[in-house]
Design a protein around this ligand. Structure first.
Ligand code: FAD
Length: 263
C-alpha cells in the first residue's frame, strides 16, 4: 500500500517545529516506524514535520559530567561510538542489536523512545539508566526521568504540544557493570522479551524487563536479582500474571540471563 497524500514541512528551528506541531503536523524523525504506519494507513496525518534539519537535533555534547544526546542521533551513530566512555560502551552494545544496519542508519534514539513500542530496544534499556528525557514545549524545556518516560504501550509522558529534544545522562564510572539479554526469533526482528541490569558502583542496582506488550517493568532495586538470578527472576515473573506460559518463560529467562551477564 502507499500512504494517503500528506503535506511535507521542514522546520528550520525548534519554534517553527513546535508551531507545526500545534497546527496538527505529525513529527517524523528517521521514519522507520512512522513510514510503515503511513504506508499501512495506520497514521493519516495531513502534514508531517521533518525534524532532521533542526539545530542540535542530532549529535552528542558534554556539559560538565552530563552527556547530552540529541533526539535525532541515529542508532548507527551510537553503535559507532559517538557517546563517550562507559555509557557509550553500554549504549553501543544495545544499538548494534537493533534491527539491521540500514534501519539503524536512519532510525533515531529519540524517535524510538517517543514511539514507545513495547518491544523497542531503547524502551527496554533507557529506564534502567539515571538521567532525563528533555521535552520541549511552548513553555520551554521540561525534564522527565528516563524511568518515568514510557507510560504504556505507545504511550509516553510527552504532552501533545511537546517534542522530545534530547536525552541527558550522567557520564558513568568506568566500573559500572551492565547485563543485557533479548530474545528474537531471528536476527533483526523485534524482541519477544528483553531485560537489562545496571549496577553503578556504590549504588543500588536497577533492572528493566520489557517487550511484554505492556510498559517496561522498572525494578528500582535489583539486588536480589543479582544475588540469586534464577529464584528472583521466577518470583518477579510470577507477579506479572502473564497468562501465556511461553511469554512467562521468556520473561523469566530474559531476567535471569541479563543478571548473569552483568560485568
Ligand atoms: C524492519 C525494521 C525492523 C526494526 N527492528 C527494530 C528492533 O529490533 N528494535 C527496535 O528498537 N526498533 C526496531 N525498529 C524500529 C526502529 O528502531 C526505529 O528507529 C524506531 O522505532 C523509530 O525511530 P525513528 O527515528 O525512525 O522515528 P519515526 O518513525 O520517524 O517516528 C516514530 C514516532 O515517534 C514520533 N517522533 C519521532 N521523533 C519525535 C520527537 N523528537 N519528539 C516527539 N515525537 C517524535 C513520530 O511522530 C512517530 O509517531 C525496526 C524498524 C524496521 C523498519
Amino acid at each position: 500500500m502507499k500512504p494517503a497524500p500528506f503535506d511535507y514541512a521542514r522546520p528550520a528551528d525548534w519554534p517553527a517545529a513546535l508551531a507545526l506541531l500545534a497546527a496538527g503536523a505529525r513529527p517524523v524523525a528517521g521514519g522507520q516506524s512512522l513510514g510503515p504506519m503511513l504506508n499501512l494507513r495506520l497514521a493519516l496525518p495531513e502534514r508531517v514535520a521533518d525534524l532532521r534539519h533542526l539545530p542540535d537535533y542530532a549529535g552528542v555534547s558534554m556539559q560538565g559530567e552530563t552527556v547530552r544526546i540529541g533526539a535525532g542521533t541515529t542508532h548507527a551513530a551510537i553503535e559507532d561510538g559517538v557517546v563517550p566512555g562507559r555509557l557509550g560502551e553500554i549504549l553501543a552494545g544495545v544499538a548494534r542489536r537493533i534491527a539491521y544496519r540500514p534501519v539503524r542508519n536512519r532510525g533515531t534514539i529519540g524517535g524510538s523512545f517517543a514511539h514507545a513500542d513495547p518491544a523497542a530496544d531503547w524502551v527496554a534499556v533507557l529506564p534502567a539508566l539515571p538521567g532525563h528525557a528533555i521535552a520541549l514545549g511552548p513553555q520551554g524545556e521540561r525534564r522527565i526521568p528516563l524511568a518515568e518516560f514510557v507510560l504504556g504501550v505507545f504511550e509516553t509522558a510527552l504532552r501533545s504540544d511537546e517534542l522530545l529534544r534530547a536525552l541527558e545522562l550522567p557520564a558513568l564510572p568506568a566500573a559500572t557493570r551492565f547485563g543485557h539479554w533479548k530474545f528474537c526469533r531471528k536476527p533483526g526482528e523485534f524482541s519477544k522479551a528483553t531485560a537489562c541490569v545496571l549496577a553503578l558502583p556504590g549504588a543500588v542496582p536497577t533492572a528493566v524487563l520489557a517487550a511484554l506488550d505492556a510498559a517496561p517493568l522498572v525494578i528500582a532495586d535489583a539486588s536480589a536479582l543479582l544475588a540469586d538470578p534464577t529464584a528472583e527472576a521466577a518470583r518477579i515473573t510470577a507477579t506479572l500474571a502473564l497468562d501465556d506460559p511461553w511469554r512467562a518463560a521468556l520473561a523469566r529467562t530474559a531476567l535471569r540471563h541479563a543478571a548473569e551477564a552483568v560485568r
